[in-house]
Ligand binder design. Structure first.
Ligand code: HEC
Length: 397
């Protein structure tokens, strides 16, 4: 009962996290496109930088952007912040529920580093904080005036952090921390830079002072950084469901390549929304790092099992599965905290085992995601036996 309740909490938190994220990223896409599409013409009021006419849902909208701010304080002002804050809050709860409450399950892989549970949690949580401090320091350094350099150094550091994660956490834990790190930087940009700067501008307006344009420029820069990492950050989050991605030893490079590709694709859209024809190089070029990432994972896959070699008896396979998998994958799991067979996958009978041979091969041999955190201590020989059995036709004889 308790674990089903926890599953419900986790599901509701995940649901909220995803919906808030859609709202946040949706508004990021919308405002970047709006900004890019603003047109200036002489009949605009003084202080208006540009205008965009839009049609949506049966009505016409006339959007105008002021350079710095209007010279009066509007009666009502809509702020965009809670979609960012709630994405983070619910995302962090999810991180705690899925990874930190039970680090041996998804976060620690003894084959990578045999961390103590609290050390793993400490490293994970501290890395989010230090990641933000390092990024913020970079943005306040002289590099800030050289966007191309800032992006290059920023990406190099990010990939170094991915490498670090890959050396301490399970592949899955590494990928979720990569996503969480960038997500944390994004929300800190909103909470600690963009919104406070907007408050300063509003305070100036209310006091009848001329607002400082620097606040708006810094806010826009941080908001642009956020926009450029939206695609890869979502990739890092959903990659958790694809063991082949995160389980290779080059997983950090795979993710790094996807970050570069996602950045380039976003750039293509940002140019397109200005009304210009994007430079052809960006969008197809963005597909190149992603294709390289795919090629790397395909190349690194263990060779397909051959049908040759000594015949593996089904009895041996059943024994391995019984020892290493059935504590969780059974109608009545005995593993603490697992109330029902994960993802409905059960290996209680020979028929069930044989029917799921491709999945067993994918998870226990190719992806090595199973047994979870290798809590049941499967050996290399046993993995090899599963591979050979699969290659020999996965029979139940
Ligand atoms: C400690 C519990 C545990 C053990 C032991 C375990 N698994 Fe799993 N397994 C899980 C959990 C939890 C999931 C769901 C993972 C997720 O949500 O991504 C899962 C998922 C799976 C999936 C579905 C993956 C997918 O995303 O489609 C397969 C297949 C699988 N396990 C096979 C195995 C095999 C084969 C073994 C033994 C070699 C094994 N498991 C041992 C807990 C376990």
């Amino acid at each position: 009962m308790l674990s089903t309740t926890i599953e419900w909490v986790s599901l509701l938190v995940r649901w909220t996290h995803v919906i808030a994220g859609i709202c946040w990223i949706g508004s990021s896409f919308y405002f970047m496109a709006l900004d890019a599409g603003l047109k200036h013409h002489p009949r605009l009021d003084v202080g208006v930088k540009g205008e965009s006419w839009q049609v949506h849902g049966g009505g016409f909208y006339q959007m105008q952007k002021f350079t710095v701010a209007p010279d009066f304080m509007p009666d009502e002002l809509v702020w965009y912040k809670w979609e960012a804050y709630s994405t983070f809050i619910f995302g962090f709860i999810l991180l705690v529920l899925t990874y930190y409450l039970n680090p041996t399950r998804y976060l620690i892989d003894p084959n990578v580093m045999d961390l103590k549970p609290w050390d793993a949690v400490g490293i994970g949580a501290a890395s989010l904080l230090f990641g933000w401090l390092a990024y913020d320091a970079l943005c306040r350094s002289p590099l800030a005036n050289k966007p191309a350099w800032l992006a290059t150094v920023g990406f190099a550091l990010l990939i170094a952090v991915f490498y670090f994660y890959s050396q301490v956490f399970s592949g899955r834990g590494a990928f979720i921390h990569a996503g969480a790190l960038v997500g944390t930087i994004m929300v800190a940009n909103v909470a600690l830079v963009i919104i406070p700067n907007q408050h300063k501008t509003v305070a100036d307006l209310l006091a009848g002072r001329e607002p400082n344009p620097a606040y708006g420029i810094t806010g826009k820069n941080r908001s642009t950084h956020n926009n450029y990492v939206t695609l890869p950050v979502i990739f890092a989050m959903i990659s958790n469901h694809y063991a082949f991605l995160y389980s290779s030893k080059w997983n950090w490079l795979v993710l790094g390549a996807v970050f570069v590709g996602g950045f380039m694709i976003r750039h293509w859209f940002n140019i397109k929304h200005t009304g210009e024809t994007p430079d052809w190089r960006w969008w197809p070029a963005g597909a190149v790092p992603i294709a390289l990432a795919a090629a790397l994972t395909i190349y690194l896959q263990p060779a397909a099992p051959s049908s040759g070699g000594p015949q593996v008896a089904f009895g041996d396979v059943q024994h391995i599965i019984g020892e290493r998998c059935v504590v969780c994958h059974s109608a009545h799991p005995s593993f603490p905290g697992i109330a029902e067979a994960p993802k409905g996958i059960r290996f209680d009978t020979p028929k069930l085992i044989a029917a799921q041979a491709p999945l067993i091969y994918a998870q226990a041999v190719v992806g090595r995601a199973m047994p979870l955190g290798n809590v049941t201590g499967i050996t290399e020989e046993e993995r090899q036996a599963l591979a050979s059995w699969y290659g020999q036709g996965a029979s139940t004889n």
